[in-house]
Design a protein around this ligand. Structure first.
Ligand code: H2B
Length: 100
């Protein structure tokens, strides 16, 4: 069983996005697209994010196109955005920030 979380209201989503300037709102999801320096570096980011996703049992959809990654976060069991997605977005930002 996954962690419990409730869908965020429109207002709560707006507040969360205020703290996540690199993310935008998709169809019931948080979306960030980022271009890395190379394909291996993009895969390294995916690998680090995979470790976090497994640890937290909350998984992003990831689109890989050469060195561009697109992360789409939603809580599938709830059909939209919850605090789990906000937390994961924050973790993904930390992985990307750590690349320097
Ligand atoms: N990830 C996401 N993004 N949404 C979910 O609802 C979800 C998940 N459910 N990872 C988890 C796994 C669930 O299937 C397990 C059983 O906890």
């Amino acid at each position: 069983m996954g962690a419990m979380a409730e869908l965020l209201s429109e207002h709560e989503q707006g507040k969360a996005l205020g703290t996540l300037p690199n993310w935008s709102r998709g169809e019931g999801s948080l979306v960030r697209e980022v271009e890395l320096e190379s394909f291996p570096q993009a895969i390294q980011v995916v690998d680090r994010v995979a470790e976090i996703a497994e640890r937290d049992d909350h998984h992003p959809d990831i689109d890989i196109r050469w060195r561009t990654l697109k992360f789409t976060l939603s809580t599938h069991s709830e059909g939209g955005i919850t605090e789990l997605d906000v937390a994961l977005a924050t973790e993904i930002d930390a992985v990307l920030d750590a690349l320097g």
